[in-house]
Each structure stands twice: as structure tokens, then as C-alpha cells.
Design a protein around this ligand. Structure first.
Ligand SMILES: [Zn+2]
Length: 172
């Protein structure tokens, strides 16, 4: 199974995929994300979390590694994006995967037990001081194909207009 996500491209070190919804949360290269439920959130895999009270994802909970079922479902969330260096990607989801309708987002979401990027695209209009080639090169640590996707294709027309406006007002 696979899904679609956005990340922030971390500046230090350049090329780190950072969660947009959980500030400071990093997807480390070469390691699968393992969903854990701890106050409705999840963490990077490998460490034992004593407070884990059920396996993630669970049907009645919001836990699990989130990904939209398709690009259109992901774009429905793009209105919430902040003007940060943006990466869009397809992720593989495996283990336990729950798929559900997200009425609040006009789309369908997967919540997976394990996840890893399959294909990444940098969004050049959002990169700020970093060049497209630098961003693509830095993402090479994930060991998957990295390409370039135009802002409008990545977030849709409406969000593109808003993000362009937001990034202009933060730089002037
Ligand atoms: Zn949970």
C-alpha cells in the first residue's frame, strides 16, 4: 500500500524530512517509521515506549503514520501549509494499515504501522536560499528517487496562490 505526504525540508542538516504536523519530528534516512500511540501521537521506531497502551494504528484512535490515498486527497490539506521549504512524496505503508474517510479534509487517509518514502519531489518555488540541485542532492540520503515538482502540481491552484502570497509577505 502507498500514500502521499508533505514534509518540510530541514535546513540543518539540509535534506532532513521533517514532519509538518509535529514540529521537530524527523524522518531519519534508512529507517522505517514505526507508528506508536502515546497521547495520540507516534514516534520514530526502535525505542521501547513503556506508555504504549495499544498497537498503532488503532481504529478508534488517530495514531499511525498518516498518508493521503492520492494526490487529490493530499492537496485538500494544502490550505493548512505554512510557507516552508516543501517536499512532497509517495510513501510505502505496511504492517497494519487503516484507511478512512476524512470528512474534515475532503479526502481519504491511510494510517499505517510502518512507513518509508518511495519517491520524493522537492518543490522549487518554496526552497528559499537553497538551490533545486542542493535540495535534490541532500535528499539522496534516503536512497530513493528524488525529483522536482512544481508548486501548482504539488499543492493545487488555490493553495499555490496562498503560499506564494505568504512567502512574499515573510520575505519583504
Ligand atoms: Zn492510538
Amino acid at each position: 500500500m502507498s500514500g502521499w505526504r508533505y514534509w518540510q525540508l530541514g535546513p540543518a542538516p539540509l535534506g532532513q524530512l521533517r514532519s509538518l504536523s509535529q514540529r521537530g519530528f524527523v524522518w531519519p534516512p534508512g529507517r522505517a517509521q514505526v507508528a506508536r500511540c502515546a497521547d495520540g501521537s507516534w514516534r520514530s521506531g526502535g525505542t521501547a515506549e513503556a506508555e504504549q497502551d495499544h498497537r498503532a494504528p488503532e481504529t478508534d484512535c488517530g495514531c499511525g503514520v498518516h498518508a493521503s490515498v492520492d494526490l487529490a486527497s493530499l492537496q485538500a490539506q494544502a490550505l493548512c501549509l505554512r510557507p516552508v521549504p516543501l517536499v512532497i512524496g509517495q510513501v510505502a505503508l505496511w504492517g497494519r494499515v487503516i484507511t478512512e474517510e476524512r470528512a474534515d479534509r475532503r479526502g481519504q487517509d491511510h494510517r499505517g504501522q510502518f512507513a518509508y518514502p518511495l519517491h520524493l519531489w522537492v518543490v522549487p518555488e518554496t526552497l528559499g536560499g537553497v538551490t533545486e540541485a542542493q535540495a535534490v542532492g541532500a535528499l539522496g540520503t534516503y536512497g530513493v528517487a528524488v525529483g522536482v515538482m512544481a508548486l501548482e502540481e504539488a499543492v493545487g491552484e488555490v493553495s499555490q496562490t496562498i503560499l506564494r502570497h505568504l512567502s512574499m509577505s515573510t520575505t519583504t
